[in-house]
Design a protein around this ligand. Structure first.
Ligand code: ZN
Length: 211
């Protein structure tokens, strides 16, 4: 873990707002920790910290609290946003849906959705999202076997089984207290490292979170 500087811990700001609504309502102002996760007994001097600005979407800020005793910053990420990725969860879901439903190549989808960048970059952009979603679906199957054991680990499969429009925010809700062990961009845990050397490094995109 990053022990060199201040600890930063991501927590959930439970919110039904879309990212547009969140920005418009400046909803980060009402995101607040009732008690410090490290010191629920209180007395640690936890206080609101300056919110930080996300690159995407424009105008988005994330509420933060700082625990003096634990030297820890907590950021409160709303459910509409991906973690550690400059994207909303619904935008990410649209990419995964496009790949899933077309049954065509990631390359074709990537070129269509990101005509603004070169093909290789677009493919990496799409693949990061597809892989992160696939991992999240599998992890959730493991966490909720009673509900999901027989469900195919696809957006379509989960959407039908859960009866929701947006699968990824629903996964965040379902993960509950296990959210810290679900990899990004859905969960707040560490990246799944996988087996291949260097894979993790190559997969890291532009940071959406504060250093
Ligand atoms: Zn504290």
């Amino acid at each position: 873990m990053h022990r060199a500087g201040l600890e930063a811990v991501q927590l959930r700001h439970k919110s039904q707002l879309t990212s547009e609504e969140y920005v418009k309502q400046e909803a980060w102002k009402s995101a607040n920790l009732e008690r410090c996760p490290l010191h629920p007994e209180g007395g640690c001097g936890i206080a609101r910290h300056t919110p930080y600005a996300r690159v995407e979407p424009p105008g988005m800020f994330i509420a933060r609290s700082y625990c003096e005793k634990g030297h820890t910053t907590f950021s409160l990420l709303p459910d509409c946003l991906a973690s550690r990725l400059s994207s909303t969860l619904p935008d990410m879901e649209r990419v995964v849906d496009a790949v899933e439903q077309r049954e065509s190549s990631v390359e074709a989808v990537a070129e269509k959705l990101r005509p603004d960048i070169e093909v290789q970059g677009a493919v990496r952009w799409a693949r990061r999202r597809v892989m992160a979603a696939a991992i999240a679906l599998l992890v959730l199957k493991g966490l909720q076997p009673d509900v999901l054991a027989r469900v195919s680990p696809t957006m379509g499969g989960f959407r039908a089984a859960l009866g929701v429009e947006a699968v990824l925010p629903a996964l965040r809700e379902m993960a509950g207290a296990q959210l810290a062990s679900v990899p990004p961009y859905v969960g707040f845990g560490p990246h799944a490292t996988g087996g291949k050397t260097g894979r993790r490094r190559r997969q890291q995109g532009k940071g959406a979170d504060p250093p």
